[in-house]
Every structure is written in structure tokens, then in C-alpha cells.
Ligand binder design. Structure first.
Ligand SMILES: CC1(C)O[C@H]2[C@@H](O1)[C@@]1(COC(C)(C)O1)O[C@@H]2CNc1nc2cc3nc(N)[nH]c(=O)c3cc2[nH]1
Ligand SMILES: [Zn+2]
Length: 368
């Protein structure tokens, strides 16, 4: 499942083996919630060396349904014609963030669909059934992500429920190639998190994720927690930080020892005109780019930066041309993937600290 290839401080480089191929970490995973990474063809993702993408249990269960995906495509890989690894989130978090009518019981979460208001229950078993049908390579346990701020008692109660649900997931029979990751909860309390991790370890999940973060807590709180906790996680298991993040958040996560990341922001903000560049975020709407013949990021060698000017892409964006979303999304995903590849090489050369400082100083230079 995982081979740790080197450390540079607490940062590490690994290779994770799945049924649909190897994943070289640190890795950024493009989010393809409803079987599509928005504005991207699968060919674009192959071209930029995306190694694994995310799908979402909640969304695909509601539309088109995991049964249809299994019947038509034999699972998500065949349905969307993507033959590399897929990781699917388990649905609980999305219920809480998308369906405002939901109720939590020991059985699971009942909610009204944000699409048509129909009533549904997702239990640990139902989440496993859906992810089994989707045929994802990495399956996330069904957990509860507590709303912050929360008292320690509330966090403990929620953690205990997550652990009972985790046991029900581990007892469910997935397909032999599917790997089930446990999700560590416990807010920002190291003692709760350590207890949760130890009790998940007794169930022997092949990988562990950190949930309950990037949910509105202060950034420095998350970074301090990661620096204090991640290196205590099992060395021989993949470590996945859910929902993180912006470029600097990811580099902070790598520095703490995290292997896998996902975030909707590079694709979502692309559709709002934001380019991620080595000199920080650039909003193409800005009038200063109206006649700018430079590429969005002169230090980027992606096909967008080698072909189109800021002026042209600003024109596309301001006139509402769909091509703007395609071009900015392609560049942003390329940027995130290239950043994690450069970080991986820096780790293997044991110079990650230098890489971090160089990237950080330039990215925060506030050139625009
Ligand atoms: C859902 C959506 C689109 O992804 C963003 C964004 O909204 C949003 C929603 O609340 C803000 C902070 C405003 O950002 O948080 C997402 C990125 N943070 C994040 N994703 C997560 C996914 C998770 N999945 C599971 N199963 N368990 C978790 O504990 C978990 C924690 C997570 N934290
Ligand atoms: Zn580019």
C-alpha cells in the first residue's frame, strides 16, 4: 500500500499503490464532485499528470445514483472513462454543508436533498454500499464533522459517534481492491485526536485522514495543530488532510508530514477569474491586465501560459466566454500539481526547508 521514500524534516515523499496505479506523494487531488472536474476534460487531467481525482458519495448518490453508474459504467472509472485512481468522500460532511435539513441519529444522517427536497438516510453501511458501487480505489469512512466552535464535551461525543460508525464501516465487505481510510476527529484537542487515532488503529485501517479541519478555524490554529500532531501518526500509512487547501496551506501540511490533499478552491476560484501564480494570486478582472501581453504566470510552463496573454484571458473573462474558465482552471490545477511535484523532489533531495522558504517569500511578495 505505501512505500516511504524519504524525509526532509517532518516532510516526506511516498508511493501509494492502488488497483488503478501508483500515487507519488505529496499529491494534490483535483475535486471531481459529480464525476467531472469542472471545466476539464479527462484528457486535460492526464496531460497535466493528475494522478488521482476525488468523487463524492453524497452528490453521486443523489444524481445519477450509484446503481446507474454501476449498471452503465461498471463503476465510476468506466462511467467517466478515467482509468487512474479515484478517492471518494463518504457523504456525511457534504450533507452538513449542503443540506440544511438534517438529523443525526445512531443509525446515520437523515436529510432532505438540496436538489428536490426528497428525504434520505445515509448510514455507514449505505455510504459503504454507494462507494462500493462507485468502485473507488480509496473509500472514506462515514464520519461526523462537528461544527466549530464546539465545546470539548461536544467534540468528544461526536468523536465517539465517529468511532462507532468507523467500526460499522470496517465490518462492511468492500471490494477486495478498495482501501478504507479512517477519519480522525477531535477538533484542535491533541488528546482527543490521539485517543481517536489510537482507537482507529485498533481497527487497522490501511490509511488515515484528518477530518474536522478547514471548517472555519483560524489558519494558524490548524498549522500549529498539524505541526504538533501529524508526526505522531503511523509512519507506514498514508496521511490525508481533507479539504486543504490553498498553496501555502498545502506546503504547511507537507512540512508537518501530510501526504495527500484536496481542495475545491483552485477550480472554484478559477471560474471567478483567479489565477494562482508563483507571485501570489492574480485576479484577471483587474484593469491593469487589459493590455498586458505577458502570460498569467511567466514562471509557468503549462500550455495556457505558453499560448495566451493576460489581456486575451481578461477579455474572455469579462465578456463571459466559457473558454476563460477552461484556461484558468487548467493553469491552476497544473500549478497545484507542479508545486507538489517540486516539493516531492525537494524532499528527496533533503532541501524541503529551502524550497518552502523560496516559494513562501515569492508567493507573499504581493506583486499585485
Ligand atoms: C464543502 C466545500 C465545497 O468544500 C470546502 C468548503 O465547502 C468548506 C465548507 O466550509 C468552509 C470552511 C467555508 O469551506 O470546507 C470545504 C473544505 N474543507 C473541508 N472539506 C472536508 C471534507 C471532510 N470530509 C469528511 N468525510 N470528514 C471531514 O471531517 C471533512 C472535513 C473537511 N474540511
Ligand atoms: Zn500556467
Amino acid at each position: 500500500m505505501i512505500k516511504v521514500e524519504g524525509y526532509s524534516g517532518k516532510a516526506r515523499a511516498t508511493t501509494i499503490t492502488t488497483e488503478h496505479g501508483e500515487i507519488k506523494t505529496p499529491i494534490f487531488m483535483p475535486v471531481g464532485t459529480r464525476a467531472s472536474v469542472k471545466c476539464m476534460w479527462q484528457e486535460d487531467l492526464y496531460e497535466m499528470n493528475a494522478q488521482i481525482i476525488l468523487g463524492n458519495t453524497y452528490h453521486l448518490y443523489l444524481r445519477p445514483g450509484h446503481e446507474l453508474i454501476e449498471k452503465v459504467g461498471g463503476g465510476l472509472h468506466g462511467f467517466m472513462n478515467w482509468d487512474k485512481p479515484i478517492l471518494t468522500d463518504s457523504g456525511g460532511f457534504q450533507v452538513f454543508s449542503l443540506s440544511d435539513i438534517n438529523k443525526i441519529t445512531e443509525e446515520g444522517v437523515t436529510f432532505s436533498s438540496h436538489i428536490d427536497g426528497s428525504k434520505h438516510l445515509i448510514s455507514p453501511e449505505k455510504s459503504m454500499e454507494i462507494q462500493k458501487g462507485l468502485g473507488s480505489d480509496i473509500v472514506m469512512a462515514f464520519d461526523e464533522c462537528p461544527k466549530l466552535p464546539a465545546t470539548k464535551d461536544t467534540l468528544r461525543e461526536s468523536m465517539e459517534l465517529t468511532l462507532r460508525w468507523a467500526k460499522r464501516c470496517i465490518d462492511y465487505k468492500l471490494r477486495d481492491y478498495q482501501k478504507l481510510f479512517g477519519i480522525v476527529q477531535g477538533g484542535l484537542h491533541k488528546d482527543l485526536r490521539t485517543e481517536c487515532m489510537q482507537r482507529l488503529e485498533e481497527m487497522d485501517f490501511p490509511g488515515l485522514a484528518l477530518g474536522g479541519l478547514s471548517v472555519g478555524e483560524k489558519n494558524e490554529e490548524m498549522v500549529d495543530f498539524l505541526n504538533d500532531f501529524v508526526h505522531t501518526m503511523p509512519d507506514q500509512k498514508p496521511r490525508y488532510l481533507m479539504g486543504v487547501g490553498k498553496p501555502l496551506d498545502i506546503l504547511n501540511g507537507i512540512r508537518a508530514g501530510i501526504d495527500m490533499f484536496d481542495c475545491v478552491l483552485p477550480t472554484r476560484n478559477a471560474r471567478n477569474g483567479q489565477f494562482l501564480t508563483h507571485d501570489g494570486p492574480l485576479n484577471i478582472k483587474n484593469l491593469r491586465f487589459r493590455e498586458d501581453t505577458l502570460p498569467a504566470d511567466p514562471s509557468c510552463d503549462c500550455k495556457v501560459c505558453k499560448t495566451y496573454s493576460r489581456s486575451y484571458i481578461r477579455h474572455l473573462y469579462t465578456t463571459g466566454e466559457f473558454l476563460a474558465g477552461n484556461l484558468i482552471t487548467y493553469h491552476n490545477l497544473y500549478f497545484m500539481i507542479k508545486m507538489t511535484q517540486d516539493a516531492r523532489q525537494a524532499i528527496l533531495d533533503d532541501r524541503f526547508d529551502d524550497y518552502y522558504k523560496e516559494f513562501y517569500n515569492r508567493y507573499t511578495s504581493r506583486k499585485w
